[in-house]
Write a protein that binds this ligand. Sequence first.
Ligand code: ADP
Ligand code: MG
Length: 379
Amino acid sequence: MSRIDFKNVCKRYAPQSPLTINNANLTIENGEFCVFVGPSGCGKSTLLRMVAGLEDISSGDLSIGGERVNDLPPARRGVAMVFQSYALYPHMTVRDNMGFGLKVFGSNAAEIDKKVREAAEILQLTHLLDRLPKELSGGQRQRVAIGRAIVKEPRVFLFDEPLSNLDAALRVQTRLEIAKLHHEIGTASMIYVTHDQVEAMTLADKIVLLRVGDEVQTKGSIAQIGTPMDLYHRPNSLFVAEFIGSPKMNILPATFQSADQGRAHITVAGHAFEVAVQADHLAANQPVSMGLRPEHMRLADADNSPNSLPARVTHIEKLGEASLLYLDLGAATPTITLKLEGTTTQKTGDAIRLQVNAQDLHLFDSAGEALTRTVSLPT
Ligand code: ADP
Ligand code: MG
């Protein structure tokens, strides 16, 4: 049993200091891959280290496999942690690094050898077992650190930004290896900490998005829990909407006009827009925010098409497979980003007209809470 439950978990590093974790409530199921993501300093490592037993819990209950573990020492929790810094012993071979924990634990040599060879097989480290860490690349060292966790046969794997020290290509490759590993070790739960929303989107069964700073005190540490598609298509707030997705969602100040049949009618800089959300409870003339993702806009054909507005191109970035156009919408409106497939023929200074579908738009009330979308969305 590797289910993990957080019940009203709070963390304060010192009696007079503010809450680092406020009221975390969360369940990670048996065999689930859960990613803690959020900006630097939001408490991801703190939350992970509480599961490992490396950090005290100020209040609330944490249980693993139905057993309360608040006061259980790290060695008895059945967890294994992989750190960003690898933390390998420099004078030991790969084989000895991987087996060291078992040796300390008192396992016999034959058993250690078997488990090390099995883990090396999974991680394609067999040919490197007699090397020292200094004779390995960064990616290989990180695999050894993962191997050291595997041989312990933990019920929970904990990863704290394990790919941050690798270059971009190796990050993608190791990310795939971790996803495969999760598939192969189906019964263990995994908690993976990252500040990178792409890692979160690609690895997670369940994403826990944490927020930082003053907001935590009033709103709690967890901004939203859901599948990657939940967070992308159904962000519950402006914070989540802007954190998930790259380039990030454009947010424009708008005024609510009226609602009917699962549609909100709003104006943005004097232009009428229709958004597929439930907005019956809003009052006319209330300020709202409209959210539109860069990849959900296109160039309009006619000057008066609905859900469109004029813009001027201020800067272009060509990526080859896509082009990013930075657009000025006129006074008192922030610059927005448009993502077009392929290589655009637009030029800086061009006047264009943007168009977007009602079902692709997001709407947020003046408190930054998302209104419920009324279209069927991917899961
Ligand atoms: P993240 O991993 O999301 O970047 P951390 O969990 O490391 O964030 O830190 C969350 C907050 O707690 C930060 O403000 C950090 O300064 C503070 N913090 C972390 N560790 C300690 C500690 N040992 N003592 C006091 N404050 C700490
Ligand atoms: Mg951290």
